[in-house]
Design a protein around this ligand. Structure first.
Ligand code: BEZ
Length: 211
């Protein structure tokens, strides 16, 4: 069955471009992003891994470890990384998991046979420090993902894990947040000392609490 939000992220041991990892212990106390791509030496995937590498400092600043996976073997990954670095003007420093036996792809349901019965689709799993799945995304092979959106989502996930707020449509770090419905107005006055704006009884905005 497909993994759902709140499920424990399956653990695994795998060979990667950065050596063998045991996934949970490699994650440690960090947040994690595990994302699959259909195949090495393909154009969209090349740009995606380049984009991820360029955002390395942003992921690190948020305490997020990133790992990519495909069903290609390790020697292909190593050769392809050189192409990514050359063509995308960056240095890939995160592990790319070799999954020729589909251990990771199967555990995370990354092969969708009605799209492609051999290659992984473009799955994304954001995993919290408790090893639970906080977000999933699935894109087709033909559409490259937006990695700035992943940073935005991480900002929201980390904020809403600590404060009783949610983030509205298209929210960006620094913008007003929404007070969650379970918080009563009287409690909101204590929880959010910067105040709040009540547009409707169920729609209350407050400045981002951790800024
Ligand atoms: C790509 O990464 O460019 C790609 C991979 C598989 C199918 C289509 C495109």
């Amino acid at each position: 069955m497909a993994l759902r939000l709140g499920d424990l992220a399956p653990d695994f041991t795998a060979e990667t471009t950065e050596g063998t990892i045991q996934f949970h212990s490699w994650l440690g106390d960090s947040w994690g992003i595990l994302f699959s791509h259909p195949a090495d030496y393909t154009p969209v995937c090349t740009t995606e891994l380049g984009a991820t590498a360029k955002l390395g400092a942003e992921f690190a600043r948020r305490n997020v470890k990133v790992a990519a996976v495909s069903v290609d073997p390790l020697d292909a990954h190593h050769g392809w990384v050189k192409d990514i670095n050359e063509t995308q003007g960056t240095t890939v420093k995160f592990p790319i998991i070799a999954d020729p036996n589909r251990v990771v792809a199967t555990a995370y349901d990354m092969i969708h046979p009605n799209a492609d019965d051999k290659a992984t689709v473009r799955s994304v799993f954001v995993i919290g420090p408790d090893k639970k799945i906080k977000l999933t995304l699935t894109y087709p092979a033909s559409t490259g993902r937006n990695f700035l959106e992943l940073l935005r989502v991480i900002d929201s996930l980390q904020l809403t894990a600590k404060y009783r707020v949610a983030t509205p449509a298209d929210w960006q770090e620094g913008q007003d947040c929404i007070i969650t419905p379970a918080v009563k107005d009287a409690e909101a006055e204590t929880l959010f000392p910067k105040g709040f704006r009540k547009v409707k009884p169920y729609l209350r905005y407050t400045p981002q609490p951790n800024r």
